[in-house]
Design a protein around this ligand. Structure first.
Ligand SMILES: Nc1ncnc2c1ncn2[C@@H]1O[C@H](COP(=O)(O)OP(=O)(O)OP(=O)(O)O)[C@@H](O)[C@H]1O
Length: 906
């Protein structure tokens, strides 16, 4: 005001003859330069709203702000609380609102809900801010239903094992799990925050295929993940583009495999209805025993889809999908599979003698006793017309489909020639993956050496190196000898859930642990000691004992094991729980479940895996914690079925095959697989996915007239699979009749087997993308973080499973850096963190099995845009989508979920 006064004085001194005019100086002095600059930068709205509370207080000194009176911004739909004291909606989903606060009572971490990332069968995935570290994570909030809860624990168990035991350095492209806890009776699982999934990527690329170099890059990374799963004896069971997410927090961008909610152990497969339809393997479709090879089939389908932009086998029904497989591959499943598979009659007729295979039809040059049913024959048998979907490819066989896919427009002739060669390699590669015979299908190790992956020139059909010697899968599970006595399951983890009354098993009155000195370091898929509450005894499955112990990770108030099969169950020894793969075709070990043998170990299941083994042996583990009497673990039957996609009413449940493993499962052992290093996994740069430069990613268009290949998907023939193409064969009702006990028992058992004994207590026109170069040196941070994180974890003898030893460094020098836009709040903190298991905690001596989560450190702020719809990409960085003028893709699937067709957890 002094200045103004001064100005006025100055003005007054000029006298009356001078017309008045404002003196700039007055106003200049009133607004200091810095403040003026700051004010200018702010938008009007911001200026009016930012300091609103202060403004109100200025206007009315009595004004008091109370945040709790603010209207909530709900993220969950519907947001009407009808269950769980009003916390849950009608779907048993926790009603989430922005700024809701989760707190893990064990890890003490707070998670502030900021956004919804997605939702699925199991619940919702929220983007949460961790104030402590100023980072963001993804928190999966599981539905408040016993079956979901139980199955989610399986996911926790599997992922923790994979992260901690098999991939401590985070080299295998498996999502990292940080923490888990209970909140309002919901199990919450905290993951590293990732970006869009590959389906979304293809979608924003308008369902055009990605460039071959990117297909190769992603394939290689997925293979690294699958190799790890195979080593761990774990089957993902739901591999599909939707479950492979981009991880843009590291540069170059990588992919990560998520959703282990359907995973199971190879030695404990019991459910026959697994895998999303388009990616379902023939053996699962036919009801034949399955192994990790089913993931390789799905992988083959994914690779093809990345290249083509559309699913390779977009069947509208199982009949349709099998028909497409046979057509496109020019073969059919081998007779030995058809002879034994449970559902062969549904799709095939016997035209020769099953005892003298080869008298029937001829497929792929091989004689067969079986011939696929025609649509009419199928209808006559099933009393309904098979659903047949649209045709998406003009060509009928794999070679033509791949070769005929349009090339980029204006691609120089040399490049066309090069790409043609690579396409030949791709065809050969796909042939080894979408191979009907599961025993001939390539393993991750074998696939990783293919020229398509290594980049070596492809000259002739690839002859894969032999897989590792045959060793029982069960022996992959290493049992550590805990210094304190007893032994620990090396893959051990213990999904202790904070906030739930829980006791360590060894202290539970329901369990008696008998320290057991195992003769060697490999052994049972078992548990921490042996449990014997006198109610059950193991039995031998084949020549090996099987004993299944289940416990509720929630509350061990009642392990109840029941033997209804009249089969003596022996086995307080961990060995008794061991289970041997059933070898097909009379290879000797084990016997067929149909021969009245003991049921397969029903551990590790999927909600989508509805069908329990055809067995009379049932185990019931009590105490589902808060779930009370509705918990399947308390009920012997007719409870909550497990399964996926309730919302889509696709349950397709079948009777279980009831065996475990298969011939392939004999093919590897952890230790030997390591010796069998995939040393060539990335040894060759070849045609350069290792160095995908921005120029290689530059936007391109196709030249329909380029040599030979032309538009594969002309406008009229190309359409995107209809999201309404659901499998009509099964109903919700079937699912709802499922025995609820099975799933919880399985989940419990899986958790049990996995947790016992923690180691130590102590694109070419590919879409244009804009991207801010976000983040700091994430790759370095990540690796450092992980190394640090796990440095103290394993004091036992974890399997020496250094992925690097087998795979080497992944894609050195790769410059593949798709970016994400800035038009969403930046994503922070995806640095893998230390995850502890089983470390005794002075403060919580009973919590030896709990994961003490460590969150991403502060300042690990990564920009990232999640939604592909809102993504924009800088620099015109293309991902490789092939564009043609008439590549019109109608009926874009609305969500990735639309592509799944399997059941739900009720
Ligand atoms: N770590 C993550 N980072 C970012 N988003 C994620 C993450 N995990 C999951 N999501 C998002 O949440 C969605 C649902 O996750 P997820 O597939 O694990 O749940 P689900 O209930 O098992 O789903 P589904 O029904 O497919 O089995 C994913 O499709 C993805 O969009």
């Amino acid at each position: 005001m002094d200045d103004i006064g001064g100005g006025a004085r100055e003005m007054g001194s000029r006298g009356a003859s001078t017309p008045w005019q404002p003196i700039q100086l007055v106003f200049k002095r009133y607004f200091p330069q810095t403040l003026r600059a700051a004010v200018k930068k702010k938008a009007v709205v911001e200026r009016l709203t930012r300091g609103l509370v202060e403004t109100y207080k200025t206007c009315n000194p009595q004004f008091k702000y109370r945040g709790e009176l603010n209207p909530k911004r709900y993220l969950t739909t519907p947001s009407v609380g009808v269950l769980n004291d009003g916390f849950d909606n009608v779907h048993s989903d926790l009603i989430l609102a922005v700024n809701d606060d989760f707190c893990s009572s064990d890890s003490r971490h707070r998670y502030i809900v900021k956004d919804l990332l997605g939702h699925g069968t199991f619940g919702q995935v929220a983007k949460c801010w961790v104030p402590e570290t100023n980072s963001f994570v993804a928190v999966k909030v599981i539905k408040n239903k016993p079956a979901y809860y139980q199955q989610a624990l399986v996911e926790v168990s599997i992922l923790t094992t994979l992260n901690k035991k098999y991939d401590p350095e985070d080299k295998h492209h498996i999502v990292r799990i940080y923490d888990y806890f209970l909140h309002q009776r919901h199990l919450c699982i905290c993951f590293e925050l990732l970006d869009m999934n590959l389906y979304e990527l293809i979608k924003i690329n308008q369902f055009r295929g990605l460039s071959l170099s990117i297909v190769q890059l992603f394939s290689k990374q997925i293979l690294l993940g699958l190799a790890l799963l195979k080593d761990a004896g774990i089957i993902h069971c739901d591999l599909k583009p939707e479950n492979i997410l981009l991880c843009t927090s590291v540069k170059p961008t990588e992919i990560k495999i998520i959703d282990f909610g359907s995973a199971c152990m190879e030695v404990k497969t019991i459910y026959s209805y697994i895998q999303s339809r388009y990616y379902r393997s023939p053996e699962v479709l036919l009801g034949y025993r399955y192994t990790t090879a089913i993931d390789m089939w799905s992988f083959g389908c994914i690779v093809a889809e990345l290249f083509l932009g559309l699913p390779l086998f977009p069947g509208a029904s199982e009949f349709d999908i099998l028909k497409r497989m046979i057509e496109i591959l020019g073969k059919q499943p081998p007779d030995y599979v058809l002879k034994e598979a449970e559902h062969t009659n549904k799709f095939f007729k016997c035209v020769g003698s099953v005892h003298n295979l080869g008298n029937g039809g001829t497929y792929g040059g091989l004689k067969s006793a079986y011939m696929a049913l025609t649509e009419e024959e199928f209808e006559a048998r099933e009393k309904k017309k098979p659903e047949i979907g649209k045709e998406y490819f003009r060509h009928k066989n794999l070679e033509e489909i791949v070769k005929g896919y349009p090339y980029k427009i204006n691609l120089p002739e040399d490049d066309v020639a090069k790409e043609t060669q690579i396409r030949l390699a791709l065809i050969d590669f796909l042939r080894g993956l979408v191979e009907f015979d599961p025993t001939k299908r390539w393993s991750p190790f074998q696939a990783a050496k293919h020229p398509f992956i290594t980049g070596e020139p492809f000259t002739c059909p690839y002859n894969p190196p032999p897989e590792t010697p045959h060793v029982h899968v069960a022996q992959n599970i290493k049992v550590d000898h805990h210094p304190g006595g007893g032994h620990w399951f090396a893959a051990g983890l213990s999904p202790h859930v904070s906030g739930i009354t829980r006791m360590p098993m060894q202290n539970s009155p329901h369990f008696q642990m008998f320290p057991y000195s195992h003769a060697n370091s490999y052994g049972s898929i078992g548990s921490y000691g042996s449990y014997n509450d006198g109610t059950f005894q193991g039995n031998s499955y084949g020549e090996n004992g099987n004993m299944f112990a289940y416990y509720s990770p929630v509350n061990h108030t009642g392990l109840y094991m029941q033997n209804q099969g009249g089969v003596p169950m022996l086995g307080t020894s961990p060995d008794a729980r061991r289970r041997v793969m059933q070898y097909p075709h009379g290879h000797g070990l084990g016997t067929s479940p149909s021969a009245g043998n003991f049921a397969p170990l029903p551990l590790g299941t999927s909600p989508s895996q509805f069908t329990p083994p055809n067995t009379n042996n049932q185990f019931f583990a009590g105490s589902p914690g808060h779930h009370g009497p509705t918990s399947p673990v308390r009920n012997s039957c007719h409870g909550s079925p497990l399964g996926k996609m309730a919302a889509f009413s696709q349950f397709n449940r079948r009777k279980g095959v009831g065996y475990s493993g298969g011939s392939q499962s004999q093919d590897f052992s952890l230790s030997q697989a390591q010796g069998h290093a995939i040393d060539n996994f990335n040894q060759s740069e070849g045609y350069s996915t290792h160095n995908i430069s921005s120029s290689s990613l530059r936007s391109n268009t196709y030249n329909p007239s380029s040599t030979g290949p032309h538009l594969e998907n002309p406008d009229n023939t190309l359409s995107v699979p209809d999201p309404g193409d659901w499998d009509p064969n099964y109903s919700d009702e079937l699912l709802l009749q499922e025995d609820s006990a099975d799933e919880s028992v399985i989940a419990n058992a899986f958790s049990r087997s996995m947790q016992l004994g923690s180691a130590d207590a102590s694109s070419s026109r590919r879409f244009n993308s804009n991207a801010p170069a976000s983040s700091s040196n994430l790759a370095t941070q990540r690796r450092y973080g992980v190394n640090q994180a796990f440095s103290q974890v394993e004091n036992g003898s974890p399997p020496s499973n250094d992925p690097r030893a087998r795979f080497g460094q992944l894609m050195p020098g790769s410059q593949f850096t798709p970016h994400v836009s800035q038009n969403s709040p930046s994503r922070l903190g995806q640095q893998p963190q230390r995850v502890y298991h089983g470390r005794p905690n002075a403060g919580r001596p009973m919590d030896r099995n709990h994961i003490n989560a460590q969150l991403p450190p502060s300042n690990s702020n990564y920009g990232g845009q999640r939604s592909p719809r809102s993504s924009s990409y800088t620099n015109g960085v293309p991902w490789g989508g092939r564009r043609t003028n008439n590549h019109h893709v109608p009926n874009v699937p609305s969500t990735s979920h639309g592509r799944m067709d399997y059941g739900s957890i009720a």
